[in-house]
Design a protein around this ligand. Structure first.
Ligand SMILES: C[S@@+](CC[C@H](N)C(=O)[O-])C[C@H]1O[C@@H](n2cnc3c(N)ncnc32)[C@H](O)[C@@H]1O
Length: 230
């Protein structure tokens, strides 16, 4: 079943939604280490490294040899929804939380995504037309599940995305900053943060000896690439 789960990792050309959101919210930043638990093909990690953020990732299918490291910010992005065994799903959440010293970012697919006609019920979710498992949560269900598993409050960052803070002081600082930050970047799509950092990405690329300012890709750990500079 693990190999099948690996099929759920898409080739991203932009940052994933939870990572873009956490960058905009000042959760992920250059003075904080970042670890991507279930990093898939590694595009978020590659893009963050390109921005000067100390980022690493592990994935049981796509990057199994990597170390599972503690980090200030740990991302568990769209992982729990692909795990068909409820006990293993809880374990993945707890392991990711154990690795995070400041904030856990957790994202899962929501039930408005479900395409019922292509799905066969399985466990507490469905098998999709691709043959992969998906557990679709409601927003309240996801929040309740995270809080019940970890015994701490989870704050909604967006539909299907929650932040869990280790320190009450960090949580309070985040909540106090939020209205200001959200006004500044209202309705930003996932590509927004990457676009906003395009100059930095291009400069880093150029300083590594790229022959042209029109460099177009940043290599991801697994050899994939992410669109970075026009
Ligand atoms: C939908 S992909 C998401 C990948 C990446 N986080 C992203 O947003 O692009 C789900 C990933 O979870 C990984 N995965 C499956 N079981 C896992 C587990 N028990 N712990 C961590 N990752 C797991 C899969 O290999 C797959 O790469």
């Amino acid at each position: 079943m693990l190999e099948t789960r690996g099929l759920t990792a898409i080739n991203r050309v932009n940052l994933s939604r939870p990572v873009a959101l956490a960058l905009n919210d000042g959760i992920i930043r250059a003075d904080r280490s970042f670890f991507d638990f279930g990093c898939g093909r590694g595009t978020d990690v590659a893009a963050l490294v390109g921005m000067g953020i100390p980022a690493t990732g592990w994935d049981p299918v796509h990057n199994p040899a990597a170390e599972r490291s503690r980090a200030d910010v740990v991302n568990l992005g769209y992982v729990v929804n692909v795990i068909e065994n409820p006990q293993e799903r809880r374990e993945a959440l707890r392991q990711a939380w154990q690795l995070s010293t400041k904030v856990l970012v957790i994202a899962a697919r929501l039930d408005w995504d479900i395409k019922a006609e292509q799905a066969v019920p399985f466990s507490d979710g469905v098998i999709t037309a691709k043959g992969t498992f998906q557990k679709f949560f409601s927003q309240d269900e996801l929040q309740g599940w995270v809080e019940e598993c970890l015994g701490v409050q989870a704050d909604a960052a967006a539909p299907g995305v929650f932040y869990v803070f280790r320190l009450a002081t960090d949580r309070e600082a985040h909540l106090a900053r939020l209205p200001h930050r959200r006004q500044a970047s209202a309705a930003a799509p996932p590509s927004f943060t990457l676009d906003r950092n395009r100059d930095v990405l291009c400069q880093r690329r150029a300083s590594r000896g790229a022959s042209s300012r029109r460099a177009t890709r940043i290599a991801a750990p697994g050899g994939q690439s992410v669109g970075a500079c026009r």
